[in-house]
Design a protein around this ligand. Structure first.
Ligand SMILES: [Zn+2]
Ligand SMILES: [Zn+2]
Length: 274
């Protein structure tokens, strides 16, 4: 049995989000914002079984995180989890048998310890997630952090995301591209506001606090297609960690000691982080 978890990002961005955390005893789906058909296609591309997941956790009710859930659930035998605010925040969710959790809770799923923490977003009660594997002696042997759709990182988020082996963290927009891009003023204010999305600069600023001895991979999530570019994002995050480009187009970087790599998830191409 592989004692490590793996992160499979199936879709990340404003057109749809879904990821599978694969643990030693099963897997958990995070969000279901793409169609079931596309979800299954991408999962099979990565060689993972998304319908066999133990559970699905919904971080918040925006449709880019929930759109595919009703149809997916009609073929799914696992359990669903969300906060009460999320459950009542969208009519598609209200009819589903959601197990309610708070944004400050720890529970076990598929042999993993799941901890929730609050995020700051323009919805009822959003949350981020930390997954841990704990050995018989109570020691954490592996951890994955997941945090998207937040205008800033709450103190709880900073605590939960610290020193995980795989850090999946939002790096939505470049502030200059947002300021001079195609969005109307109200949307610019929403995206860049405290209830919006984390910028490359905010993400970069947090990385020195979050990346520790255990951290191997930082995966930038929920990149804007209009107000960001993978190379712009990775460059910002890499410079915060003293990392150098590890490919020609600067969409991947690695610290000079080789310990931490930085990459970004895509709206269209699924990605596995071992
Ligand atoms: Zn989103
Ligand atoms: Zn959202």
């Amino acid at each position: 049995m592989d004692p490590r978890m793996h992160l499979h990002v199936l879709a990340s961005g404003s057109k749809g989000n879904a990821a599978l955390v694969e643990g030693p005893g099963g897997s958990v789906l995070i969000d279901c914002g793409i169609s079931r058909r596309e979800l299954l296609r991408r999962a099979s591309e990565l060689g993972v079984d998304v319908e066999g997941a133990t559970a699905a956790i919904i971080t918040h009710e925006h449709s880019d995180h929930t759109r595919g859930l009703p149809v997916f659930y009609s073929h799914f035998e696992g359990e669903l989890f969300a906060t009460a605010g999320t459950a009542s925040g969208h009519r598609d969710l209200a009819s589903l048998p959601l197990n309610l959790v708070s944004h400050h809770e720890t529970f076990e799923l598929a042999g993993m310890v799941v901890s929730t923490f609050p995020t700051s977003h323009d919805v009822a009660d959003p949350m981020g997630l930390r997954f841990s594997v704990v050995d018989g002696a109570g020691e954490v042997t592996d951890a994955i952090g997941w945090c998207t759709d937040t205008g800033f990182l709450t103190a709880d988020a900073l605590g939960a995301l610290r020193d995980v082996r795989i850090l999946g963290i939002e790096s939505n927009h470049d502030t200059d591209m947002l300021a001079h891009g195609p969005y109307p003023a109200f949307l610019r204010a929403r995206v860049g506001g405290e209830l919006g999305h984390l910028s490359n600069a905010q993400c970069a600023e947090a990385l020195p606090l979050l990346v520790g001895d255990e951290t191997e991979t930082v995966v930038a999530l929920h990149l804007s297609e209009k107000n960001n570019r993978p190379a712009v994002c990775v460059r910002a995050l890499a410079s915060a960690l003293g990392a150098e480009p590890s490919n020609d187009d600067f969409t991947e970087a690695r610290t000079t000691d080789g310990h931490v790599s930085v990459c970004c998830a895509s709206q269209v191409e699924p990605l596995t982080v071992w």
